[in-house]
Design a protein. Structure first.
Length: 184
């Protein structure tokens, strides 16, 4: 594991230093290994302190159907890919999935969807989807927090709807994980 970490750091450093074709090859190679990126930006924090982990009572996490707030520009298959990727990311983070447990629902509105143009692919593609997301207690309907969750791809090998959905799933689950107790 230590060798793999050192190798990853060396590849990352080389990609930052290398220019032109070599840098592109390294970035694309890293893109194959790492996949799409996902992140979140809290708007209404779930907890006042970064150390607080208030989601420990939840034993199940669900993704509600997202609404398209951008006039139907979102591809229909994004939601299908997102549903599968969300479940996979929850499992990777070892978050619980107890059928009868207290449930937290993520619901939201797609507020931005971008695919790379032909020029974008030549210059270095940037594709992203941004969802204004709410964490909601399923029983009470109380909104616990609000964030923009983002799925982003910057490599040609990660272009497309499926990869953006995978990145978005990473962002959604990272938000949950950031407020879930570390002891699992």
């Amino acid at each position: 594991m230590k060798k793999l970490t050192v190798l990853a750091v060396l590849v990352l450093a080389a990609s930052m230093l290398a220019g032109g074709c070599t840098g592109t090859i390294i970035r694309e190679g890293a893109g194959v290994a790492l996949g799409a990126k996902g992140t979140f930006m809290p708007i209404k924090p779930v907890a006042a302190s970064e150390e607080d982990r208030p989601l420990g009572a939840y034993k199940r996490f669900e993704l509600a159907v997202l609404t398209d707030d951008i006039g139907g520009k979102t591809p229909a298959d994004l939601l299908d890919h997102l549903s599968v990727a969300f479940k996979e990311e929850l499992a990777k983070k070892k978050l619980p999935d107890a059928p009868g447990g207290k449930t937290l629902v993520l619901r939201g509105r797609i507020i931005h969807y971008e695919s790379a143009s032909t020029l974008g692919f030549a210059m270095g593609p940037l594709e992203e989807v941004i969802v204004r997301t709410e964490m909601v207690d399923k029983d009470s309907g109380k909104v616990l927090g609000v964030a923009n969750c983002i799925g982003r791809t910057k490599e040609r090998v990660n272009a497309g709807v499926k990869k953006k959905a995978e990145g978005l799933a990473k962002g959604l689950v990272a938000w949950i994980d950031s407020r879930y107790p570390k002891e699992r």
